[in-house]
Structure formats: C-alpha cells, structure tokens
Ligand binder design. Structure first.
Ligand SMILES: *[C@@H]1O[C@H](CO)[C@@H](O)[C@H](O)[C@H]1NC(C)=O
Ligand SMILES: *[C@@H]1O[C@H](CO)[C@@H](O)[C@H](O)[C@H]1NC(C)=O
Length: 405
C-alpha cells in the first residue's frame, strides 16, 4: 500500500511539473550575466515608506528602518535589533516523502499543518467550508476576531487532476512566533481525493509572488519583510533524514549555523518565472560527467528530478532501469552506486549514493530517488535538500546560499 502511494505521489508530481512548465514553452536556460527580470510587485518593497501607498503603518518597521539608516552609530547592533526570527519545526513524513510544519491562523490561533513549498506561492488550507476535508484540522473563520472577508474565488489545479478551490479572506497568521497582520488566506471549500489522503491540511507557498493564483497577493514572506517582522529578508531550510532521526526546520529571518557543517556560498537566482531557479553547471557521477542544466529549488518535491538527457546520463552510470513513468529502478546495494556531485556556483554539492535509493520495491529492486522531469528544467527536491542547507533571499537581486549539511 505504501509503495503504491509513493509511486502515485511521484507520478503525480511528474505530471504536475509537466503541466506547470511545458505549457509555458519557456527556455529555462540561465543567462548568468544578465540581470533577472524584476516583477513589478516586488519593486514595492524598495519604495521609501512615505511614498508607498500600499504601506501599512507599522512601528516596528519604522524603527528598523531608522536603525538601519543610522547603524554606523550603534555600539552593539544586535542589542538594538527589534526584529526577530521565527522557527518552525518540521515533521518528516513517511521516510522523507514530505515535510510539514504547524502554523496558527486567526485570533485565537487555530493550528493547521502545512506542507511548506518553495515551488508555489499560495497559502491555502482546509476550512469548515469544506465538507470533504474529513480528518483534517479545519480553520473556522467565524471563530477568529481578526478575520476579514475578501470573497474572491481561488482555484489550484495539478497535472494529475487533483485540485483545491474556495474563497479568499484575510486574517492574522502566526508562523514560528512571527505574527503577520492581514495575510491573504485561501480557504478551501473543495479538495480532490488526492489531497484528502495527504497528511497536511494545506500548503504554504514560499515561491515568488508572481506565481500566486490570486493576482496581487503578497506571500507570507513578502508580508514578513513589508511588516518588518524579520531582520533579514531571508528564510533558511533544513530538512532532516529519517535515517538521522527525521525532523527539519524553517528559520525565517536568519541562518541556523548549528544545522550544517559546510561553508555557505552565494548563487544568483533567476526569479523571472516565479521559481527559485539556479544554474547547475557541468556535474558528475563517478567518472561520468553530467551536462549542465537549470534547476528549481523545490522543498515541495520529494525527489531530484533531472531533465531527460541528464537523467539518462545518471541512469546509465548507475545501471538504472527506466520504468517509463518518470521513475527508475536501481540496485538496492549502495556499493553498486556512486555519489552524485552537482556543481552549483562552481562548488560541488553531493547527493550521496545511499540517498539515490528512495525505497525498496522488490526483493532486489529499489526505486531511485532521481527521476526525469519531462521538461528542460530540473527540480532540486528533498533528495538534494536533505543533504544541503539552503538560505533563500528574495529581494532584488534574488539569491540562495547553499552549504553541505
Ligand atoms: C538551531 O538549531 C538548534 C539545534 O537543532 C536548535 O536547538 C535551535 O533552536 C535552532 N535555532 C533557531 C533560532 O531556530
Ligand atoms: C523545535 O525543535 C528544537 C530542537 O531542534 C527545540 O529545541 C524547540 O523547542 C522546538 N520548538 C518548538 C516550537 O517545538
């Protein structure tokens, strides 16, 4: 049953990628020397407070701004730093299949479990408006004193046919102790069967706001920055491994140096499509070299998905068998395999041979943790992220910092 479930999820994400990327028919090749396009909405964050009509008065943000302006006079900047960081602990579900964390919505706070996803930008979850959302924690807007009606409809569809839809509202949202005021929330009224069996109550998107299905919506991270809740416009991701006790952590506004051992190196991000896209240079597995590609850093994808050509190169080096559904079967014996080294920003980031096995599916047969994406862009999913700590920085010019765990 578990095997079927896993394969279904993989096929589903394969289809979703297809649906999301192929219709755009975009060439995702990065041009390192050109500046990424700047989405108009993002420019708002750069506008001085007094001339920005969308700015909501916020004492904390005003104090922070003044402090930054005069920081050369501060004796100990950390003592005066009003903004904080917010930590969300993650639960590692079903052997690194997916990771979810809890946040609260409204006043008093109602807890929901969300799949934190850098590959999308909507914040939606199950509500009492959704009769089919059985077994999920359901947010009830009538029990929140800070809820406000919006009324716009929203709808998200995935390539495998699963979908969710409902109406928008606004409410205060607490993420790791940081309270975002008047966040646009997408309240689910309907979810399809694939999402009913999902262990989370919804999804928290951490992509760029260009991807939101409700135009003009600020993502939770946009609001954390605009409302001065975090001292740095960053969030950092640590995904654990079941073999190491599982768990994981999102840290908003800071970097948790106790979660990794390597040195952070900065890499530019192409945000022009709304995704966190980095250039992966010519890489290697054993003595085989792997052609360069562009990769989306996606915490919401379980596997490492490579463009077809590169996936084949890796498969050949490991004697993997193409299952014709986007997945591969490989040997369950780690000694038969080799480490994959992805070159990002001139540094090699390793996915060890043991993590190229996702799980056993037969007596001598394992499902590989890499797959083919069916498009010309790769997806650096949890297989990559549970081996490498990533700090996401969305202000222009956007970048990530990556270090080996
Ligand atoms: C950083 O990680 C350590 C070790 O897991 C944890 O105890 C600590 O709470 C984390 N710090 C923050 C700011 O989240
Ligand atoms: C999160 O986990 C850390 C250990 O890594 C623990 O110290 C901390 O209390 C936990 N925080 C919450 C809110 O559960």
């Amino acid at each position: 049953m578990k095997i079927t479930f896993c394969v279904a999820v993989i096929v589903a994400s394969f289809a979703a990628v297809d649906a999301r990327l192929v219709p755009n028919a975009v060439d995702f090749t990065l041009h390192p020397s050109s500046t990424p396009h700047i989405a108009p909405a993002k420019a708002l964050l750069k506008v001085p407070l007094k001339t920005n009509p969308h700015f909501k008065r916020n004492a904390r943000a005003a104090v922070l701004k003044a402090m930054n302006k005069y920081k050369m006079f501060q004796s100990d900047p950390s003592r005066h730093n009003l903004a904080t960081t917010g930590t969300v602990n993650l639960t590692d579900y079903e052997n690194d299949l997916l990771y979810y964390g809890e946040i609260t919505i409204g006043t008093p706070g109602q807890t929901v479990k969300l799949d934190f996803d850098t590959g999308s930008s909507d914040l939606w979850f199950a509500t009492t408006l959704c009769p089919r959302c059985v077994g999920k924690s359901r947010y009830d807007s009538s029990k929140s004193s800070t809820y406000h009606k919006d009324g716009r409809p929203w709808h998200i569809g995935y390539g495998d046919g699963s979908s969710a839809s409902g109406i928008c509202g606004t409410d205060d949202v607490n993420i790791g102790g940081l309270t975002i005021k008047s966040q646009t929330i997408e309240m689910a009224e309907k979810i399809s069967s694939g999402l009913i069996t999902d262990p989370s109550d919804g999804i928290l998107g951490l992509g760029f706001n260009k991807l939101t299905t409700v135009p003009g919506t600020k993502t939770p991270v946009d609001n954390m920055i605009a409302q001065g809740l975090i001292s740095k416009p960053i969030f950092s991701v640590f995904l654990g491994k079941e073999t190491n006790g599982g768990g994981g952590e999102y840290l908003f506004g800071g970097i948790n140096y106790s979660k990794f051992r390597g040195t952070l190196a900065t890499v530019p991000v192409d945000a022009s499509h709304g995704f966190w896209i980095v250039a992966v240079g010519s890489s290697s597995i054993g003595s085989t070299s792997i052609r360069a590609f562009s990769g989306i850093i996606d915490t919401g994808s379980t596997l490492l998905m490579l463009p077809n050509f590169q996936a084949n190169q890796v498969a050949r080096a490991l004697n993997a068998v193409d299952n014709r559904d986007g997945t591969y079967s490989i040997s369950c014996n780690v000694a038969d395999l080799q480490d994959l080294k992805l070159n990002i920003g001139g540094k090699n980031y390793v996915v060890p041979a043991a993590d190229l096995i996702f799980e056993q599916i037969g007596p001598d047969q394992c499902l590989a943790a890499f797959a083919y994406s069916g498009s010309n862009v790769g997806i650096l999913g949890d297989t990559f992220l549970k081996n490498n700590y990533v700090v996401f920085q969305q202000e222009v010019p956007p970048s990530v910092q990556i270090a080996a765990i």
